[in-house]
Design a protein around this ligand. Structure first.
Ligand code: ADP
Ligand code: MG
Length: 236
């Protein structure tokens, strides 16, 4: 589904250059359920933005479903992203003036889904993350963990074939972390949606089928995860 060849992302701050992602090769097949781990600053967010087509590599190439991202216009890239990819941002990126439900409806608006269906699907997505009751609250009225779950609902509402989640449980307690990953795993098993989850929580990585470890912008290891059976109700 995603094939990245020799991708490098270089940032320059004054005279200093840093390769946040450094000559990295990776492929992600349809239906995978994987985690990306590594120390802070190892390039996890940068890599996720590159494979999510939110950013372009300084060198190297990325293809999605056989299409070269570099050959697509900005408009085509936006369209591909809206139709195929759900992204959970590390900083949530919720719009403060919109209610939780309206934030979740936004990607459906871009896809020109009619209002009544948008409403229904956004409510359903919020209920799946346990926030049906908070649909009318604006982000400022929600806790960090609740805002994070709104951001997850927004990424899932379009039923994207690929979900990229940047530390999606960073603000959640153990029980809600388990419930969110369980929701993703169930979707993966039932619909075949592909998930790549950046995390620094070993519990989350252990729930996945493949663990990619980054270090200094390179892949330090890429191995099978234990895919531990989840028992969220035992955590409560
Ligand atoms: N916009 C930017 N400008 C300059 N440096 C950046 C930028 N974004 C990330 N970096 C640097 O790139 C490296 C990787 O960052 P990041 O991808 O955010 O890592 P992680 O998500 O693993 O913590 C870090 O050294 C970071 O400081
Ligand atoms: Mg990060």
């Amino acid at each position: 589904m995603i094939l990245a060849r020799g991708i490098t992302k270089t940032y320059r701050i004054g005279p200093v250059e840093i390769n946040a992602v450094d000559s990295l090769d990776v492929s992600i097949a349809a239906g995978e359920f994987l985690s990306i781990v590594g120390p802070s600053g190892s390039g996890k967010t940068t890599l996720l933005h590159l494979i999510g087509l939110l950013d372009t590599p300084t060198s190297g190439s990325i293809s999605i479903d056989g299409m070269e991202a570099g050959d697509l216009s900005a408009k085509e890239l936006t369209r591909l992203r809206r139709e195929k990819i759900g992204f959970v941002f590390q900083e949530f990126n919720l719009l403060p003036v919109l209610r939780a439900r309206e934030n979740v409806e936004l990607p459906l608006r871009y896809l020109k889904v009619p209002a009544p269906e948008r409403y229904h699907r956004a409510m359903e997505a919020l209920e799946k993350v346990g926030l049906g009751e908070r649909a009318n609250n604006r982000p400022g009225q929600l806790s960090g963990g609740e805002q994070q779950r709104v951001a997850i609902a927004r990424a899932l509402v379009t039923n994207p074939v690929l979900v990229l989640a940047d530390e999606p449980t960073g603000e959640l307690d153990t029980y809600n972390t388990c419930k969110v990953i369980e929701l993703m795993r169930d979707l993966n098993r039932e619909t075949g949606q592909t998930f790549a989850i950046v995390t620094h929580d070993p519990m989350v990585a252990d729930y996945t089928r493949r663990i990619i470890t980054l270090r200094d912008g390179k892949i330090a290891s890429d191995s099978a995860g234990p895919e531990v059976e989840m028992r969220c109700d035992d955590i409560r």
